[in-house]
Design a protein around this ligand. Structure first.
Ligand SMILES: [Zn+2]
Length: 86
């Protein structure tokens, strides 16, 4: 199976169209579910169920995130790297 999990379209097909979980995708690829979840988030691939809604601590926008990727405080890596507004 090699490293197909590195391909965004492969991940999208598996996760969105086939409805596979990160664990189900990871096993045949020989990688870990957390790796798959990070890659799904990086490519903005979502199945509409595994995301949680939070409110950004920096800009105040509501956003959806994978609990395993961010801690739910920031809408983006940019916001996570910025100091909080006074
Ligand atoms: Zn933000």
């Amino acid at each position: 199976m090699g490293r197909r999990y590195r391909d965004a379209e492969f991940l999208r097909t598996q996760h969105v169209e086939s409805g596979k979980s990160s664990t189900e995708i990871a096993q045949p690829c020989g990688t870990s579910p957390s790796t798959i979840r990070r890659r799904l988030a990086r490519h903005d691939i979502e199945d509409g169920e595994s995301l949680t809604t939070g409110e950004c601590a920096t800009c105040g926008d509501s956003f959806r995130y994978y609990p395993s990727v961010r801690d739910g405080q920031f809408c983006s890596n940019d916001c996570a790297g910025k100091p909080r507004r006074r």
